[in-house]
Design a protein around this ligand. Structure first.
Ligand code: ZN
Ligand code: MN
Length: 267
């Protein structure tokens, strides 16, 4: 490729075609949400972060990054504060499933054989799984059995050693990290102009009963919208996260995509 971009939509179509038509170039699709992230960050954190991980990974494995999904599934109270916040703007599950299924099928039509969904919003998870299943089923009906999709959420690549460095006072779990140290540290490193730490609200970690109620009870969620305090976030912690997650995702994709390429060459 001659152009200095990994973003597929920044290419003219014929150059894109030459990269993907034989299945050689993986395509990474970031998936986010428009969701409140407390008083100290904007509402597209879940889009910015997976898009940046995808950009870094794509540069290392010669992949392309598709335009991100900027809306996601509804915010769940125990992992995103709840869908009742003004600003949080979500898709029904079926809408997300259908849109992602369509996009996977379109990339397959272009020739893409290796896809990776880079998720940045926890609540998307099972709808991604369903979209992939439906897309692969449809492709099989057309006789296309060669498409492989890897799905991952970037925070799952944070290892125990990094957790100890990020949370020296103890780790409370990814589910209440919404707007907390993880996302705020990454944003401080990548988009410091979009973090207003002076507006952050310090509060005790959210604690929920072991059941859900619908309609949800807003009083269960800390009023600021975050589920744990971002006060311990630093740009240096952002570097730790960028390093461990990027390395982990690169290794995963080299494993999954290279193996398939070798198998394809051998048969
Ligand atoms: Zn988030
Ligand atoms: Mn989210």
């Amino acid at each position: 490729m001659t152009r200095d971009t990994v973003f597929a939509a920044e290419l003219p179509w014929h150059e894109y075609q030459s990269m993907v038509q034989d299945g050689a170039t993986p395509v990474l699709i970031p998936l986010g949400s428009m969701e409140q992230h407390g008083h100290h960050m904007p509402m597209h954190v879940d889009v910015l972060l997976p898009t940046e991980f995808a950009r870094r990974v794509a540069a290392r494995i010669s992949a392309l990054v598709a335009p991100p999904f900027t809306y996601g599934y509804k915010s769940h109270q125990k992992s995103g504060g709840g869908n009742f916040f003004p600003g949080t703007t979500s898709l029904d599950g079926a809408s997300l499933v259908n849109a992602l299924r369509d996009v996977i099928r379109e990339f397959a039509r272009h020739g893409v054989r290796h896809l990776c969904i880079v998720n940045g919003h926890f609540e998307n998870s099972w709808f991604i799984t369903e979209a992939i299943d439906l897309a692969l089923r449809e492709l099989r009906w057309d006789g296309n059995e060669r498409v492989k999709v890897v799905v991952l959420s970037y925070w799952d690549f944070v290892d125990d050693a990094s957790v100890e460095r990020l949370y020296p006072d103890g780790f409370l779990g990814w589910d209440i990290e919404h707007g907390g140290v993880l996302e705020t540290s990454l944003m401080l490193r990548l988009h410091p102009d979009l973090v207003w730490l002076q507006d952050a609200v310090e509060h005790a970690p959210a604690s929920f009963p072991p059941y859900d109620v619908y309609p949800p009870k807003p009083e269960w969620t800390p009023a600021s919208g975050t589920l744990s305090s971002p006060m311990e976030a630093t740009a240096e912690k952002g570097d730790i996260l960028l390093d461990v997650c990027t390395r982990g995702i690169v290794n995963a994709l080299l494993t999954e995509f290279t193996t398939q390429r070798k198998l394809a060459a051998a048969t």
